[in-house]
Design a protein. Structure first.
Length: 148
């Protein structure tokens, strides 16, 4: 059913609630599940944009060996790490939300003050460093900081 056309999350949820056979539902909708790992996503992005992983890692303000472990899939990113990578990639808000989904992290939510600042900065193409300065000036935890 879902594989015949692109289906919204709300539609998928409605179909799930109507379904009596979970196995059948899972089989029918196999094509809609997230199958990309975060490491595959960032590796593919680098290849598409002819970007060297080291440059992306540096722009994301990540420790070098940790960054490389993200690319190999040895380490999983935190929510903040995904956001830092989004800033480093020049991602907009929808792209960042997609990255968070792929990494299986909670989406940016505008009713949370810190998330509002991050959304604003992403939308306005403010650099990671400047976004962290804004967060600090507002007494909010910086990205990748210990006070999250």
């Amino acid at each position: 059913m879902a594989e015949e056309k692109k289906i919204s999350t709300d539609e998928l949820l409605k179909l799930l609630f109507k379904e009596r056979n979970l196995e059948r539902f899972l089989q029918r909708n196999e094509s809609v599940y997230l199958n990309t790992s975060f490491s595959d996503y960032i590796s593919s992005w680098c290849k598409t944009h002819q970007e060297v992983p080291e440059h992306l890692i540096r722009r994301a303000n990540l420790e070098k060996s940790f960054g490389h472990q993200l690319f190999t899939g040895k380490r999983k990113p935190s929510r903040d790490t995904v956001i830092q990578m989004a800033f480093a990639m020049g991602a907009d808000v929808p792209q960042t939300q997609e990255m968070l989904k792929i990494a299986r992290k909670s989406l940016l939510y505008p009713r949370i003050k810190r998330d509002t600042v991050v959304i604003y900065c992403l939308h306005n193409h403010i650099s990671l460093l400047d976004a962290e300065i804004i967060l600090a000036d507002l007494n909010l935890p910086i990205l990748g900081g210990k006070d999250q």
